[in-house]
Design a protein around this ligand. Structure first.
Ligand code: BGC
Length: 389
């Protein structure tokens, strides 16, 4: 384990231990830190067309970072972090109210599932049964189908302790929902720590074998308040290989070397440096929309990505225990969505780094398995750490 990962793992262990020990309080509790407002507050965020209430939780840490999460889609609606000049700004795309999220935006801030990313033709065979999922992206099923986990209302409770606060979101996906087998009980915990980390913990159990692949689909723009495109952001990925795709963005099965290609982000490189090169994979993705195979020495949390925005000085580091990360350069943003504060989300005004298993794994026996069986526990963690240079 490298020293950064070891330090991070240790501080997380302490934070989570504290959360478990002290976190018996499952509701926002009065402030215990002198001079600091309560770490968690809750308010009604809106109502679904059928009247179901959607709640919003605002988390704050001792550094002034704030994050809002809503129970619709387990969406992170805002994340305000500090830049090198000490100015706070919102670094995720989204809307000012529930209405925007109900008009089918491209998964802004949501937890995607039951299967993040694509399943070819929405079809897979498991234990001799063939399953058909709704097809919602060309010929394929994307992010769990037409009504994935991004479009349902989750149950939530909050917690706080001396160094962090968080929200635990739960959802039960019924047997057969969106074509998937088995009742799946899912829990996602967001923890905002005083170390400026957003820790995302996923947990699930099932009563029938099912594919599962959960991910967080925030669109980041570290310049703050989506004021320019993300092509000047510098990206580093701990990946010597990626999974090339066909024209519908389904992996061919090959794990190709990034060496000598525009997919080599092993050293910090501006996202826009090679995005316009003539390359069949970039043509298929209309830019970057590919899963990278993470280089890892251990099975635990390891450093997957770093993004630096040179003008603001903001830095994002991502740690995960997952085998892959989808880097999507916001290619389908085209100026037709107006988001928070009236900002128009133009082409490539946000990027996603979705920690996950490889796309279409249920149809690729050679990829790490995504099948969860009764009696097993699906557990996964990703950490987003925010800083500035
Ligand atoms: C996919 C993109 C898709 C985007 C929004 C990403 O995870 O890889 O192809 O356009 O989600 O739907």
């Amino acid at each position: 384990m490298d020293p950064i990962t070891m330090k991070l793992t240790f501080s997380l262990a302490l934070t989570l231990l504290a959360a478990n020990v002290l976190g018996g309080c499952q509701r926002a509790t009065p402030d215990k830190t002198p001079g600091m407002a309560a770490r968690v507050s809750q308010a009604t965020y809106g109502r679904m067309p059928d009247g179901v209430q959607v709640d919003g939780y605002t988390l704050r840490n001792s550094k002034g970072t704030t994050m809002q999460v809503i129970t619709y889609g387990a969406i992170i609606t805002s994340l305000r972090t500090v830049d090198a000049q000490g100015e706070f700004a919102d670094i995720v795309l989204g809307f000012d109210s529930l209405d925007g999220y109900l008009h089918d935006p491209p998964y802004f801030g949501a937890v995607v599932g039951r299967y993040a990313n694509r399943i070819a033709k929405g079809r897979f065979t498991l234990d001799g049964h063939e399953y058909q999922l709704p097809v919602n992206n060309g010929p394929n099923s994307l992010h769990g189908g037409t009504r994935g986990f991004d479009k349902v209302v989750w149950q939530a409770t909050s917690f706080e302790n001396d160094s962090s606060s968080g929200v635990v979101l739960s959802y039960t996906s019924s047997d057969g929902e969106m074509g998937y087998p088995g009742r799946l009980d899912v829990r996602v915990t967001y923890t905002l720590t005083d170390g400026n980390e957003v820790v995302v913990d996923y947990f699930a159990t099932t009563d029938k074998a099912t594919p599962i692949n959960l991910s967080q689909h925030s669109y980041f723009n570290l310049a703050g308040d989506a004021k320019r495109d993300i092509l000047g952001h510098q990206l580093r990925l701990a990946a010597s290989r990626y999974t090339p795709v066909d024209s519908t963005l389904i992996p061919t099965g090959e794990l190709a070397s990034v060496e000598g290609t525009p997919f080599d982000f092993r050293t910090l490189t501006p996202i826009g440096a090679r995005i316009g090169e003539s390359n069949q994979q970039l043509t298929f993705g209309i830019g970057y929309d590919h899963n990278f195979v993470l280089d890892r020495e251990t099975s635990g949390l390891s450093h997957a990505a770093q993004v630096v925005e040179p003008e603001s000085g903001r830095v994002l580091d991502i740690f995960t225990d997952q085998p892959g990360i989808q880097f999507y350069s916001g290619n389908f943003l085209d100026g037709t969505i107006t988001g928070k504060g009236g900002r128009v989300y133009q082409h490539r005004y946000g990027f996603c780094l979705e920690t996950q298993h490889f796309p279409d794994s249920p149809n690729h026996a050679e990829f790490p398995t995504t099948i969860l069986r009764p009696g097993e526990e699906y557990k996964s963690r990703t950490v987003f750490r925010f800083g500035s240079n």
